[in-house]
Design a protein around this ligand. Structure first.
Ligand SMILES: [Zn+2]
Length: 194
């Protein structure tokens, strides 16, 4: 089963990452760090974090209160920390970033778009078991965003709040955070032929 964690500032408790799933955890590379977490996923709100500016701008971050002001919690390329090929290396332990395990159930759905007429479409959701969930009608696939569909999908399927929904397209493309602002037409590369 996939592991999900929240990452919090060890001093003030501010949440730096919510429901992080794609990461690698290993022992700390320095004696004062208990563990290190590596991920390429951006923190919840990178713009809110304090930029410590160890080696110039944008490579070393603390929580927004800058609790660890003489050190930095999140390394995004200072050159000091080996990030093992990931974008971010996060210093963990009681005094640094706290790792909070989150019990989660992941449900993976394959989503298919079927144009109906004009600009409307139906989105079909199927589970690995072969079962279909209730389809969602989209009035105008050039206006409705994928994020709106995800919200409707959550509301319509009566899921437990800690259920993680994952959507993949038929070709295996995972629809992640980056797709939420895109329209259905953009995601499914749908062009109206004139
Ligand atoms: Zn803090």
């Amino acid at each position: 089963m996939e592991r999900y964690v929240h990452l919090d500032c060890g001093i003030c408790g501010e949440r730096l990452y919510t429901d992080l799933c794609e990461f690698l955890q290993s022992e700390g590379s320095q004696p004062h760090i208990e563990a290190e977490v590596y991920t390429s996923q951006e923190p919840d709100i990178l713009a809110n974090l304090a930029d410590v500016g160890v080696t110039g701008k944008g490579h070393s971050f603390n929580c927004s209160r800058n609790c660890h002001r003489n050190r930095w919690l999140i390394d995004a390329g200072t050159g000091v920390v080996d990030r093992k090929g990931y974008k971010y290396a996060i210093a963990c332990g009681r005094a640094f970033v706290r790792i909070v395990d989150v019990p989660k159930v992941a449900v993976v759905m394959t989503v298919v778009m079927r144009p109906v007429s004009g600009s409307s479409a139906t989105l079909l959701f199927s589970l690995a078991s072969g079962d279909f969930m209730a389809p969602i009608m989209v009035e105008d696939l050039h206006k409705v965003s994928w994020g709106e569909v995800v919200m409707q999908c959550r509301a319509g399927h009566d899921l437990k709040p800690d259920t993680v929904l994952k959507f993949v397209q038929e070709d295996g493309t995972l629809l992640g955070k980056d797709h939420l602002d895109q329209t259905i037409a953009e995601i499914f590369r749908f062009h109206v032929s004139s």
